[in-house]
Each structure stands twice: as structure tokens, then as C-alpha cells.
Design a binder for this molecule. Structure first.
Ligand code: PMP
Length: 428
């Protein structure tokens, strides 16, 4: 087990919901311990304050002549610049505002050139695994080391026709094991074989700095609600050529530069070449603004500090779980793999759903149970064929029956030490 420091040295960032209390079945109430950051993280207080300060002034983006419309348009376009800086984008990269990571990857999927071959590990979240169903997809087996991941990809790419377009889609940090994937090496392998690569940074961006330039990835996707921003907005950022060449993701106002009737009675459309091409409809200005605010807040807090603090929380949880013989932590790459604050496990003799329900009812701890929208990965990790009930939901099993799914605890910049200590105590 890992040696753990006495306590973390820096305070958590202030987030919403710190004082929310919930009732316990055993009587009384307790402050809620939100340990499901990987699903949705609580909004930073700072982001909420920024949004509240702006809310009275918001107006339509790109549409109105009035002062507030001008202001909102500026804020929306500046949010793009802030996100581009946050991701260390290259000159010429585009930042498209979407609804979420799922939306971003589906956008890219419809923007693929004809005959694009897609490579994706079976271990991906369904958002990265499934959008490519219309393209030609090669599913790669789960690797057991980061080096094996690179070797598996290289082998698959070596067999392709180097002339045709190809895309690799890979997660930066697993939403199940929290393990970091060798993104830079995978990007180098992709490029060496003439393929491009999109990084699913839904779980990476909230925990580590993501540099498009340094990682040398072609696109990055992430979601605001996992990055301490409220509201339904996400980002797809990266190379503009495929996006400019593609039909708009949605057809409508905002995406079109000029629309005219043809003499044969039809309609001709000239679409924008900018990010607006894929943002038809009235933009979610508050969503974009809140993401930009979160990017600034995290940058100002400093990822070095955030990573050091999170490592303390990770070590505390892992050391605590290691003391319980019935607990099996799920991992592809082994104990020493670098990881973010996302840890999944099963408990021998317990149904995972009942275990998670008990953490909630008896301790006021909110974790996640289920298959985490990564069914093939869970099948590999659990070594069985878990029954599923609903896309991401928890299968039913009788009390005492073998675990068919897993429990996930996840945390981040807003997590106080007490939450993970309470969790470890409750599991014990
Ligand atoms: N990719 C990963 C790795 C995720 O963890 C998630 C969310 N669980 C997604 C993609 C999808 O994100 P969203 O639901 O915000 O579209």
C-alpha cells in the first residue's frame, strides 16, 4: 500500500453544494460528500459568481444590434480564445462549442472524409466508441500496459492503406480506472502512419493540463459539466480543414453565410468556414462563458497545485481500499500506473448497487455504480459478462450475489479531505 501524507497541504477550491445536508437512514443528517466528479463535477463557486454577474446582461449572440447583444457576442467569441489558450491550440485551430463530449465526437464523426478508417480501443467510453458506426471502424483489444497500447495501434495502422484518411480516437484518462493513456506516443504512432487522432479529454482536462501542441493531437473534446462549469456545453477544438470541408453538423441560421433561391426553384447555401459552420441555432452563450470561466479558474489555481492535492486524495483512497481484503480495485495498467481521481472497485460478497446505495443512505456519500458507459471495458475488467439493464445503469442482482457491476468513486479540485476519509471509513 502507498505511504500517505498526514494531510493534503492545500485547500480544496470552493464549489457549490459544500453545505448541502442529506438525511441518513440511521437518523440525523450529514453534509453530502459528492464523490461522483467523473459523472458531473460541482460547479466552482467562482464560475457560478462569474455567470451570475453576467446573467443580467446576456443577449442574443451574433444577431442583435443592441448593446447587450454586442456584449454577449464579444463574451462568446472571447470564450473561444480562452479555451484555445487553455488547450494550447495551434494557430489556425478552431474551437467549436457543442453540447458535450458526446456531441463533439458525434460532430467529428459526421465531418470525417469519405472512406475514413477509424481506430478505437474497445476500452473507450461509449461516447468515443460508438459515434463512428457509419465509418469503417477497427476495434482494438484492451491493452495491459501503455506500451502495449502503442504497439497494438502501430500494428493495426501498419496494415492500412497509407493513402486513405484515418482517425484514431483515444481517451486521455479512463472514466473507469482513472488511468492515464500514453496520448503523446499514440499521437506519434498515428501521425507516423498518416492517421489523425482525436483526444477524448472528458476525464483528463479537469485534472491535468492538456496541450494540443505538446501532445500533438489533431482534436480534443471535453465537457463543461465535468470541468467545474454548470450548464450543457462542451468543446471540440483542433484542425479546421476537415471541419471546413464537411457539411454543417446542424443546418440552420448562424451556420449559413448566404442563402438564395435558384432559378430552378431550389435553394443554394454558402456555409461559414469558421467554427460557426457547426454551431447552427442560437449559441449557448452562458455555457461557453462558464467553460471559459472554469478554464481561467483552473489555470489561476495552477495545475501543479491541483495535481499535488489530488494525488493526496488518490493515495488516501487507494491505501484505505488496500486495507480491505474483500475489495478489488479495477485496473488495466497495474498499481503503479499514473492516474486521476477516478477509482472503480468491486467488493467480494456484495452487490455493487447495494453497496453504493448503502454509502448514500448510511453515510451521505454519493458514488456511482454500474458499468459506466464502458461495457466492453467492464467485461474485460470484471472477467465476466455483466448483465446490463439500461445503457449505463445498474443491473439487478439478489443480495449477496456476485457483483455484476462496479462501484466508482471520483473526486477533484473541490473535494475536502473529509469526504475521502469518510468514504474510506465507510468502506472499512
Ligand atoms: N468520454 C469520457 C471518458 C467520459 O467519462 C464521458 C462522460 N462520462 C464522456 C466521454 C461523455 O461526456 P458527456 O456525457 O458530457 O457527453
Amino acid at each position: 500500500s502507498t505511504a500517505v501524507a498526514e494531510q493534503s497541504v492545500v485547500e480544496p477550491l470552493p464549489v457549490l453544494g459544500r453545505d448541502v445536508t442529506v438525511p441518513l437512514v440511521t437518523g440525523g443528517e450529514v453534509t453530502y460528500a459528492a464523490l461522483d466528479y467523473a459523472a458531473s463535477a460541482p460547479a466552482l463557486q467562482r464560475v457560478w459568481d462569474d455567470v451570475a454577474a453576467y446573467a443580467p446582461y446576456y443577449g442574443s449572440v451574433h444577431r442583435g444590434a443592441g448593446y447587450l447583444s454586442q456584449l454577449s457576442t464579444d463574451l462568446f467569441e472571447n470564450a473561444r480564445k480562452t479555451v484555445a489558450e487553455f488547450l494550447d491550440c495551434r494557430d489556425g485551430d478552431q474551437v467549436v462549442f457543442t453540447r458535450s463530449t458526446t456531441d463533439s465526437l458525434n460532430l467529428l464523426a459526421v465531418a470525417l472524409p469519405a472512406d475514413c478508417q477509424v481506430y478505437v480501443f474497445e476500452t473507450e467510453h461509449h461516447a468515443s466508441l460508438l459515434p463512428w458506426r457509419e465509418a469503417r471502424v477497427t476495434y482494438l483489444d484492451a491493452p495491459r500496459t501503455p506500451a502495449q497500447a502503442v504497439a497494438t495501434l502501430e500494428r493495426a495502422l501498419a496494415e492500412r492503406d497509407p493513402e486513405g484518411p484515418a482517425l484514431v480516437c483515444v481517451t486521455g484518462a479512463s472514466n473507469v480506472t482513472g488511468e492515464l493513456w500514453p496520448v503523446r506516443e499514440l499521437a506519434a504512432a498515428a501521425h507516423a502512419h498518416g492517421a489523425r487522432i482525436v483526444l477524448d479529454a472528458a476525464q483528463l482536462a479537469p485534472h491535468h493540463p492538456v496541450s494540443v501542441r505538446e501532445l500533438d493531437v489533431d482534436w480534443v473534446a471535453f465537457s463543461g459539466h465535468k470541468l467545474y462549469a454548470p450548464f450543457g456545453a462542451g468543446v471540440l477544438a483542433g484542425r479546421s480543414d476537415w471541419l471546413r470541408a464537411a457539411d454543417p453538423y446542424l443546418a440552420g441560421g448562424g451556420a449559413s453565410r448566404k442563402v438564395s433561391r435558384r432559378t430552378d426553384g431550389g435553394v443554394d447555401v454558402e456555409w461559414h468556414d469558421s467554427a460557426a459552420r457547426h454551431e447552427a441555432g442560437s449559441p449557448n452563450v452562458i455555457g461557453a462563458y462558464s467553460i471559459a470561466s472554469a478554464c481561467k479558474a483552473l489555470t489561476e489555481a495552477g495545475f501543479d497545485t491541483l495535481v499535488a492535492r489530488e494525488q493526496y486524495l488518490i493515495d488516501t483512497v487507494r491505501a484505505g481500499l488496500a486495507e480491505v481484503p474483500e475489495v478489488r480495485v479495477l485496473s488495466l495498467f497495474g498499481d503503479d500506473a499514473p492516474r486521476v481521481g477516478v477509482i472503480s472497485f468491486v467488493v467480494e460478497g456484495w452487490n455493487s448497487s447495494h453497496f453504493a446505495a448503502a454509502l448514500s443512505a448510511e453515510y451521505g456519500i454519493g458514488v456511482r455504480d454500474g458499468l459506466f458507459c464502458a461495457h466492453p471495458l467492464l467485461r474485460t475488467l470484471l472477467g465476466s459478462d455483466p448483465q446490463t439493464q439500461g445503457e449505463c445503469g445498474a443491473p439487478e442482482a439478489a443480495p449477496g450475489e456476485k457483483s455484476l457491476n462496479a462501484i466508482r468513486v471520483s473526486f477533484g479540485a473541490g473535494t475536502p479531505d473529509e469526504h475521502v476519509e469518510r468514504f474510506v471509513g465507510a468502506v472499512k
